[in-house]
Design a binder for this molecule. Structure first.
Ligand SMILES: Nc1ncnc2c1ncn2[C@@H]1O[C@H](COP(=O)(O)OP(=O)(O)OP(=O)(O)O)[C@@H](O)[C@H]1O
Length: 336
């Protein structure tokens, strides 16, 4: 594979499903495009029903697109699905390991099913148990594993045959915060080696922010924005600056209404898009911390009293809101 060829590529994918009982068809994908470089983690983020799972299923050859094309490790998924299957690992949300077998037995079986010889499968199983800190538990039945251990075993199963591309569908959903942090550390170390491309779907913005080299936000079957987490946050043009103004108590000689705040800042170019919402002044600045002292001075000189001021780096939540017009957490909670 030439170095410049993406490890994953979706070009204009469309897919609809029957709506059922005379209802119109459901448009799951409406011309979805993205590409991921080899050796990176690429995350697909989006609300429930956005089309993430459908995209992954098409790339992993589990379903076909109605139109468009997709390539995995340079192989056309529509034309050579068998070849694609050999090149990928797929870690679904549902546990795949047999609870009555030991972790090691599960791994060896997965390797044998992939066509590995007995000794090769055993050696690889030992290697993966060590990599996921499961060596001490490798000879215990999986039914005694914690949720986090069982999930790590599932990822290890997906890695047995050394895939070039690994699909990870919500790898930490349902895990407690400690197990989630542990899984993140494992995935980060896999990403560092750059030996494999990982396509991650996740509901956790924090997970995508931390793990993904690049990410795409999917909404209504299309990629609405794609980039590195930093690029996407920088695209919001600066830090969010929030100033809470003290309400005038009335009667004081120098006190002016808070509405004077916008006037005090006009023409200075310190804050972009300044807005006054009650007594809260909001805007953006390239370097919020550097802008704050002058901002406070100008407000003070205009006779306004500041109760508090905060500067925050934009988060992926802000990026999501900007591109989908909806607050991320609200939707996920409603769907849960
Ligand atoms: N087998 C199916 N039959 C009918 N409709 C389907 C089928 N699979 C998915 N859909 C619909 O296609 C759309 C996209 O679903 P998809 O599962 O790809 O979204 P998603 O982004 O993965 O959502 P989630 O985060 O909830 O897993 C949704 O409207 C969904 O209801």
């Amino acid at each position: 594979m030439p170095h410049t060829e993406p490890a994953l590529e979706a070009r204009g994918l469309t897919k609809s499903y029957p709506g059922g009982r005379g209802k119109p068809r459901v448009e799951a994908l409406a011309g979805l495009n993205f590409s991921a470089e080899a050796g990176t983690i690429f995350a697909l983020l989006g609300p429930n029903g956005a089309g993430k799972s459908t995209t992954v299923k098409i790339l992993a050859t589990l379903t076909r697109a109605d139109s468009g094309a997709a390539f995995v490790a340079g192989i056309d998924v529509g034309r050579h699905p068998e070849e694609v299957r050999r090149a990928i690992g797929f870690v679904a949300q549902k546990q795949v390991s047999d609870p009555l077998d030991t972790g090691r037995e599960n791994l060896v079986l997965a390797g044998r099913l992939q066509g590995m010889s007995g000794p090769a499968a055993k050696a690889r199983a030992g290697e993966l148990l060590a990599r996921f800190s499961l060596t001490d538990d490798g000879n215990r039945q999986v039914k005694g594993y914690s949720g986090g251990m069982a999930r790590k075993l599932d990822v290890a199963i997906g890695l047995m045959h050394r895939p070039q591309v690994l699909f990870l569908d919500e790898p930490t959903t349902g895990l407690d915060p400690e197990a989630r942090a542990d899984m993140w550390a494992e995935l980060e170390s896999m990403a560092r080696t750059g030996e494999m491309t990982i396509l991650l779907t996740t509901h956790y913005l924090e997970e995508a922010d931390r793990l993904a080299g690049r990410l795409a936000i999917v909404d209504h079957g299309r990629v609405v924005v794609e980039g590195t987490p930093e690029e996407l946050k920088d695209g919001l043009h600066g830090d969010a600056v929030t100033v809470e103004l003290a309400m005038p108590r009335g009667g004081g000689g120098r006190e002016v209404p808070v509405s004077g705040a916008l006037e005090a800042l006009s023409g200075v170019g310190l804050l972009r898009g300044p807005q006054l919402d009650g007594n809260i002044l909001r805007g953006r600045a390239d370097n919020g911390a550097a802008a704050l002292p002058l901002l406070l001075r100008l407000l003070g000189e205009a006779g306004l009293e500041v109760a508090s001021a905060t500067v925050s780096r934009p988060s992926l939540d802000d990026v999501y809101l900007r591109h989908t017009g909806r607050v991320y957490g609200n939707e996920q909670e409603r769907a849960a």
